[in-house]
Design a protein around this ligand. Sequence first.
Ligand code: NAD
Ligand code: MG
Length: 389
Amino acid sequence: MHLVPRRVVILGSTGSIGVQALDVVSRSPEELRVVALSAQSAWEPLIEQAREQGVTRIALADGDAAACAGEAWTGGEVLAGPEGLVRLITECDCDIVLNAIVGSAGLVPTVATLGEGIDLALANKESLVVGGELVTALAEATGAAIIPVDSEHSALHQLLACERPGTVDRLILTASGGPFRGRSAAELEDVTVEQALAHPTWEMGGKITIDSATLMNKGLELIEAHHLFGTPYEQIDVVVHPQSIVHSLIQLCDGATLAHLGYPDMRVPISYALHHPERVDVPVAPLDLVALGSLTFEPVDEATFACLRLAREAAKTGGTAPCTLNAANEVAVHAFLGGRLRFPQIAAVIEQTLALRGAKQVHSFDSLADADARARSAASELVAAFASA
Ligand code: NAD
Ligand code: MG
């Protein structure tokens, strides 16, 4: 047990991961204490959370929302914009930051956290997709730890903990396959937003749920795993496992394969990351293998779900390609959710953006911001062209 409560900042506290993280924290008052919270624009729920947690500093990325919160809330200070988010992290004397922001907007707070030498519980996989090399080099330079919250990577973190370097042959990421598993390309032509949002095993925010339906989520996770564990892409496999009970596996040089199992509940990996290296009780049912009866596995259909192939290709190309892939995906998913793009056009926008933008070397975080902005503008033009076709 920790001697004094660990001081925790939760970024994106109004989202799916953020709310579950607050549940985890509230169950461990002796070990964890929230000291700062942030959101994009949902200022009313954010103030409510701050009141409940006794937090006196919050940040809203949206300036107008921050102004509204500043007028309505007398309980503390409201910081505004991306700079406000950075100040929230660097000025609060915290022990760990949970980054549960969605999208590449999470990169700057990731860099601010690691730059200060603060440990990072990372749900925002996009940080590593966009800036993997620079982000991991920064963590190494300051000695800050990155503890993954993504369930597959949390599983791998736990599985790899006892293994010596050189003994791990392969990492195997499991994928649920999403709501459209088994469908042909023709059957995906006219799927609706509602159908794509109906994930079979996990309840998550809108963007990652669409990423799970296209399998881009697994593509982003492949890149995330490469950077977290330093594993070459040729040694990372993906297998479809519809029940989402096995969260990932590692294959060792002596023929042993180790798996991490549990019911799909994000409070388990969130708790692992916030308490690491301790473990505390999480109220999840013990795994009942007999009741489950069988666990099944099947290959990924990369011909139908082109996003995983595109992510693999961008990962191998390297440089700014993963950043471009991610930005184009964010634009395309946003357009799909807004009814401006059909489901198969998500992959088409990403593929064409990658072809238009090419890949350049990454010299600095500024070059990533530039690649991100240019990819967004190219992808937005493609979305507009698809919409008017
Ligand atoms: P969500 O959409 O439910 O919540 C996102 C949070 O980020 C909200 O609090 C929102 O206010 C904030 N936010 C959004 N845009 C922002 C911006 N530009 N600047 C600052 N804050 C911003 O998303 P989620 O499902 O909780 O996912 C969060 C992250 O965790 C994503 O990277 C996702 O891939 C990852 N993740 C989520 C799950 C899950 O079960 N939900 C599982 C694994 C990984
Ligand atoms: Mg995951």
